[in-house]
Design a protein around this ligand. Structure first.
Ligand code: MRU
Length: 406
């Protein structure tokens, strides 16, 4: 039997990796993302139950990473019991941890398809190899999205430079004044922490920074779980990229003031018609972008495209606990709480709250999709890149949950 690939290196990031599977070890190491940015703590997931819990409680999160950890969780279950009943039970248990990101179902189906025709004696090994392949492909996808997105950033920077030069000439302002950096707004965390590689929306940013393109990133705090303020700001700091966090509700103002050149977000599931399901608050940004002529791009890896769904209205939207809205958790800074993690209530006792974790941005508001196969402008171009039948192309009927869900 061939040797397990080494997916531990080289170090693709600024010293952190969301997931590490050491050669021959039937467990994975993940960063506990609930403790960032205050502490970088690594946990080992060694059985399917632990993998499921890590996805459910958002120890790990982000569509591609959820898929990878789900795939490894299935391999762990088969280590324990490779029989048909175990395979079905573990698939079902992992699948129901989080409903919205299609990558989880896609990865579980892929591992199941790779092993179920095999003798039980070799199923676990085959499952580990398939999960490793999913991780290796995600790393390559991130890299390719980064390269295509970098081309877009260069174009926007050049166009803005040209406009600024004309403006300076017209107003006779000192022509040697440096142009301001390219201002990119992002939402949630579609970074290395959300994937196995460089991230999706962040990959072009990391490449742009490394080639010296002047850049500034507006980071949406991303209530209620603060993935922007906690995770994206942390990642940008690790890479030395200039950034500022803003309250979610300031996105429209920033765009109206001309402070944003590009909105660039990730995705959890994209329907055949190009509708984009992503973290709650994405839709509002797309509306504001359209109203202010700001280009709105979605970084979209192929496993996140769900061609089996005709529109975004068919995507199940995860509803999470009201406590995530009614409480805020952070690191204390006064004399009594300094250094301690504190959770405080922010509404009167007994207040009800609604907590939809995702929303759907209609395709008409999306300027383009940055995929590993190139940039698609419009749903037609996306279908040409990915094919209209993404579900069948995955090798199995996806059985996607339908209806809005609550
Ligand atoms: O609830 P989360 O933190 O898992 O949501 C993550 C997002 O919405 C990301 O933007 C999306 O998964 C893209 S990650 C490359």
């Amino acid at each position: 039997m061939s040797k397990d690939p080494d997916l531990t290196g080289p170090d693709l990031h600024a010293g952190y990796r969301s997931l590490v599977r050491r050669p021959g070890v039937h467990a994975v190491e993940v960063i506990d993302q609930r403790r960032l940015p205050h502490e970088t703590v690594t946990l080992t997931l060694a059985d399917a139950g632990a993998a499921a819990a890590a996805i459910r409680d958002m120890t790990i999160r982000g569509a591609p990473l959820i898929g990878a950890v789900g795939a490894y969780g299935l391999a762990m279950a088969l280590d324990h019991d490779p029989g048909d009943a175990s395979l079905a039970a573990a698939h079902a248990m992992l699948d129901k941890t989080r409903p919205t990101a299609v990558n989880l179902r896609w990865a579980l189906d892929r591992v199941r398809a790779a092993v179920r025709a095999l003798p039980v004696s070799v199923r676990a090994h085959a499952a580990w190899r398939e999960a490793d392949a999913i991780v290796a492909e995600d790393i390559a996808i991130n890299q390719a999205i980064g390269v295509h997105g970098l081309g877009l950033l260069r174009e926007l920077a050049a166009a803005r430079e040209l406009a600024a030069t004309r403006g300076r000439a017209a107003t006779r302002v000192d022509a040697v004044a440096p142009a301001r950096p390219l201002n990119v707004m992002t939402h949630c965390n579609a970074g290395a922490l959300a994937t196995c590689g460089f991230g999706t929306a962040t990959a072009p940013l990391f490449l742009a920074q490394s080639e010296g393109l002047p850049l500034h990133v507006w980071v949406s705090e991303t209530r209620p779980r603060l993935q922007g303020a906690n995770l994206t700001a942390w990642e940008l700091a690790q890479h030395g990229i200039a950034h500022a966090v803003f309250v979610d509700s300031a996105a429209g103002l920033l765009m109206r003031r001309g402070e944003v050149d590009l909105v660039l977000v990730g995705a959890d599931r994209v329907a055949a018609n190009g509708d984009v399901c992503n973290k709650i608050g994405t839709y509002d940004k797309a509306l504001a972008a359209a109203d202010n002529d700001v280009p709105f791009y979605v970084a979209l890896p192929s496993p996140t495209f769900d061609g089996s769904l005709g529109s975004g209205d068919m995507i199940a939207i995860e509803a999470r606990a009201a406590s995530e809205v009614l409480e805020v958790t952070g690191r204390g800074s006064d004399d009594t709480t300094a250094g301690a993690t504190v959770t405080v209530g922010i509404a009167p006792a007994g207040t009800r709250a609604v907590n939809f974790a995702f929303d759907v941005t209609p395709a008409r508001l999306v300027t383009g999709y940055i995929t590993e196969r190139g940039i698609a402008k419009g749903a037609g171009a996306l279908a040409a890149l990915f094919g209209r039948s993404g579900g069948e192309e995955r090798g199995e009927a996806s059985g996607t949950q339908r209806g809005r869900g609550t």
